[in-house]
Design a binder for this molecule. Structure first.
Ligand code: ZN
Length: 428
């Protein structure tokens, strides 16, 4: 029997082959083959020992091999602008929107593209290979959108980017905004966004959700709505999104982002709503780093955490993923793109410190994110595209606790980045 020649062989992997399964195996990645003009490398074999040789062979030494991280909610158009033209001194969402309004007057195609690609590189080096980014479509020039659609194309050989048409100033806040949303749809956005709690009236908010579902059917797109991102316990657009998802039968293609008001609802209402949500198959995204810093700003004490009910949604079997939302912008001046920071903050803020709960928070930045993005072929299995990461960790708990270094990132069968963990030398 002749031994096979592979592109890449990973020896002694502690493979997370499913959200509930770990095994010690070798993984082989095939040489590239071209089909329909695209070059692809797939997982050729997974076994306790694989005979063969490869152009690159890595001994993983029983460290954790995981599907790549999924960043399910970020704004790449505003990333890396913190302090421009001024710092958000109050730390509120609304001062952030004012600062962004001023900053976006000087937006250019090159400016957005350069910052977006720099951010994506930071993310990819830390194991993120699937990203959903919102693009502000409130400006007549649609500069942010054009730039992010170009970036989607520029990075497609090493990272999958979904772009959301996000009406930052509301769909009905200005007469031109509806046309801009339709223009964005025609230009090829993957997802339709919304911001019902920031429309001028409650009625406008409800109407905006109906309009978004209408567009989603007409243009066959996914939906991801910034929903109830406020501490107001009367902000109740989530029930409207849930009702539309049930009536249109589109639940798994719909995402409610933030839903921070859900953390402030009275329990009688919240538990009624949870029952409806179970019927919808909606996806949820919490952004714990920014939610804990932006929300609760008008409270004295007790001060609310301002994060949606992640643990309760998870306990009901509802899909929850986690995002950064912002990296160094007017709303959140911190962040590095490390999804383990996000998962760690969720463990703390959502009080998910049980072992199964910590594993669940890891799954929220991997498999659950893939489900939110409606990704096909996510995960590590024979025949799937070869996307995987090697962590300097022995399990999910270890990875989150130490925010473990991602040592190798393999994207579409190619070794994309290598990072060495920091090393301490004691001096006598
Ligand atoms: Zn957002």
């Amino acid at each position: 029997m002749t031994s096979q020649n592979y592109e890449l062989l990973l020896r002694r992997c502690k493979l997370l082959s499913a959200p509930d399964r770990t095994e010690i195996v070798d993984i082989a990645i095939s040489a590239p083959c071209t089909a329909n003009g695209t070059v692809s490398r797939t997982i050729a074999a997974i076994a306790s020992h694989i005979d063969g040789t490869a152009a690159i062979e890595l001994d993983v030494q029983n460290q954790l091999v995981s599907p790549p991280f999924v960043e399910s909610h970020i704004h790449l158009d505003s990333a890396l602008t913190a302090g421009e033209p001024r710092w958000n001194e109050s730390g509120t969402l609304f001062e952030g929107i004012e600062i962004w309004h001023d900053r976006k007057q000087t937006l250019s195609l090159e400016d957005v593209k350069q910052r977006a690609i720099a951010t994506l590189k930071q993310q990819a080096a830390q194991g993120v290979l699937f990203v959903r980014s919102h693009a502000d479509v409130s400006e007549a020039s649609l500069t942010a959108l054009v730039a992010l659609l170009e970036v989607r194309e520029d990075v497609k050989d090493w990272l999958t980017l979904q772009v959301v048409a996000f009406p930052q100033d509301g769909i009905y806040g200005s007469p031109k905004n509806q046309d801009l949303m339709e223009e964005a749809l025609k230009m090829g956005v993957d997802v339709i966004g919304g911001i019902p709690h920031y429309e001028l009236t409650r009625e406008d908010g409800v109407n905006s959700v109906h309009q978004i579902f209408k567009w989603a059917e007409q243009y066959d797109r996914l939906i991801d709505i910034h929903c109830d991102e406020i501490d107001d316990d009367q902000s109740r657009f989530l029930e409207v999104v849930a009702a539309c998802a049930i009536r249109h039968g589109m639940g798994s293609r719909v995402t409610a982002s933030h839903t921070t008001a859900f953390g402030s609802y009275n329990n009688a209402y919240a538990f009624k709503l949870l029952g409806f949500l179970q019927r919808t198959q909606l996806n949820f995204i919490a952004n714990p780093l920014i939610n804990i810093t932006l929300q609760g700003r008008t409270d004295t004490y007790p001060k609310r955490r301002g994060v949606t009910r992640v643990k309760e949604l998870w306990q009901q079997g509802i899909n929850v993923s986690l995002g950064h939302d912002c990296i160094q912008d007017p709303w959140y001046s911190l962040g590095t793109g490390n999804m383990l920071d996000v998962a760690s903050m969720a463990v703390h803020v959502c009080q998910m410190t049980g072992m199964a709960e910590i594993d669940a928070c890891y799954n929220m930045v991997t498999w659950n994110g893939a489900k939110t993005l409606n990704l096909e072929e996510y995960g590590i299995a024979v025949g799937k595209p070869a996307n995987l990461i090697v962590l300097d960790a022995c399990d999910r708990y270890d990875a989150i606790r130490r925010r473990a270094t991602v040592r190798h990132v393999i994207s579409q069968g190619k070794l994309l980045t290598k990072t060495s963990p920091a090393e301490v030398t004691w001096q006598e």
